[in-house]
Design a protein around this ligand. Structure first.
Ligand code: NCD
Length: 321
C-alpha cells in the first residue's frame, strides 16, 4: 500500500489492516501509550474542512506511534490567501515530511495530492466521495462487537448492515458500501428519494437501495448505521423538512423498540440528536458510537504504520493505492 485513497480493497488486504488495528488496539489498555515504530517520521494533517474526531484521532494515532505530527488547517493557512492545493502540498513536502493526511471539500483532492507530492497520502474525507478510514473503523468496531477478542482473521460474512440517511452526500456511505461487501456483509442503503444515488434499485455501488426504513427494520438487520443530514452539501435538491425526515427516516424511540435488542446502532458522528437519531437510541447498550471513536485511533495507527514504518513489508512495495 503506497497511499490510502479509497476503501475499495480486496478482502485479504482489509482483514490484514483490521488485524493490525487489533494489535494497535491493545495499547488502549496500557498506561504508557507509546510505540517507537514511527520515531523520526513526520506526518502533516492537512485539514481544509472542519473535523473533531477524524483530525484528533489521526493526531493521537501518529503520536502513539512516536511520529511528529503537525496540524495545518485550511483556515489560518495560506490556502485562505488563495494558494492552490498543489502549491500547499509541494510546500509541505519540501519541508521533508514523510506522509500527509488530507481532508478536503473537493472530491478527488487526495488523489491529486498523491500524484503531485510523491509521499504517502491518506484520504481523511474528500467531498462527497470517500472516507476510507471511517469505513475501516466502522468495520473494526462492528467486527469486535460481533466476535469480541476472537475477531482476528474474520470478515463480516452474512452480516446485514442498513445505512440510513443522506446517502447521496455521504462519503461515509460510499466507502462503507465498497468495504463492507468486500468483507462479506450485505449492505442496504436507505433514505428519502432526494438522498439516494440516482437509479435506486441495485445502485451503481452494487448494493440494494430503498426508501422504506420501516420495511428494513422489519427485516431485523444486524446493524443500523445512521448518517447526519449534510446541510452544507445540499445543492438545490428537494430535501425533506426536519419533520418529514423524522417521520420517514429517523431512528426514533418507537423504531428503536421495533428494531429489537440484537441490532447494533452505529453513527460516524457528529450526531444531530433528535433528527437522525433519538437520544435513547444513541445512548442504548446496542450503540457502538463511542466504540467507533476508539476504533478510529487503532485503525489510523494501523494505516499510518502500514504506510510509513520502515520495517513494514508493504511500506516500500509500491503496491496498491
Ligand atoms: C463524517 C465526515 O466528515 O465525513 N464524520 C466523520 O468523519 N466522523 C460525517 C459527517 O460529517 O456527517
Amino acid at each position: 500500500m503506497t497511499h490510502l485513497l479509497t476503501a475499495a480493497m480486496p478482502r485479504d488486504a482489509a482483514i490484514a489492516l483490521l488485524d493490525l488495528a487489533e494489535d494497535m488496539h491493545q495499547i488502549q489498555d496500557r498506561q504508557v501509550k507509546k510505540l517507537p515504530a514511527l520515531r523520526g517520521r513526520t506526518v502533516v494533517n492537512l485539514f481544509f474542512e472542519d473535523s473533531t474526531r477524524t483530525r484528533s484521532s489521526f493526531e493521537i494515532a501518529g503520536k502513539w506511534l512516536s511520529a511528529d505530527v503537525i496540524n495545518v488547517s485550511g483556515k489560518g493557512s495560506s490556502a485562505s490567501k488563495g494558494e492552490s492545493l498543489r502549491d500547499t502540498g509541494l510546500t509541505i513536502a519540501a519541508m521533508g515530511v514523510d506522509g500527509v493526511v488530507v481532508r478536503s471539500g473537493s472530491s478527488g483532492a487526495p488523489a491529486l495530492l498523491a500524484d503531485w507530492i510523491g509521499r504517502p497520502v491518506v484520504n481523511a474525507g474528500d467531498g462527497t466521495h470517500e472516507h476510507p478510514t471511517q469505513a475501516l473503523l466502522d468495520a473494526f468496531a462492528l467486527r469486535r462487537r460481533i466476535h469480541g477478542d476472537a475477531a482476528r482473521g474474520k470478515g463480516l460474512d452474512g452480516v446485514r448492515v442498513a445505512i440510513v440517511g443522506d446517502i447521496a452526500h455521504s462519503r461515509v456511505a460510499r466507502s462503507n458500501a465498497l468495504l463492507l461487501p468486500a468483507l462479506g456483509a450485505e449492505v442496504t442503503l436507505v433514505g428519502p428519494p432526494a438522498f439516494l444515488p440516482p437509479g435506486a434499485g441495485p445502485t451503481r455501488l452494487g448494493v440494494r437501495a430503498t426508501t422504506d426504513l420501516d420495511a428494513v427494520i422489519a427485516e431485523r438487520p444486524d446493524a443500523l448505521m445512521l448518517l447526519r443530514v449534510q446541510l452544507e452539501r445540499q445543492t438545490g435538491a428537494v430535501v425533506p423538512s426536519a419533520a418529514e425526515y423524522i417521520t420517514g427516516w429517523s431512528l426514533t424511540d418507537e423504531r428503536l423498540a421495533r428494531l429489537g435488542d440484537e441490532a447494533r446502532i452505529m453513527h460516524p458522528g457528529p450526531m444531530n440528536r433528535g433528527l437522525e437519531i433519538s437520544s435513547r437510541a444513541a445512548d442504548a447498550d446496542a450503540s457502538t458510537i463511542l466504540e467507533q471513536v476508539t476504533a478510529g485511533v487503532s485503525v489510523r495507527m494501523a494505516v499510518l504504520y502500514s504506510l510509513l514504518a520502515s520495517d513494514h513489508p508493504s511500506s516500500a512495495d509500491g503496491g496498491s493505492r
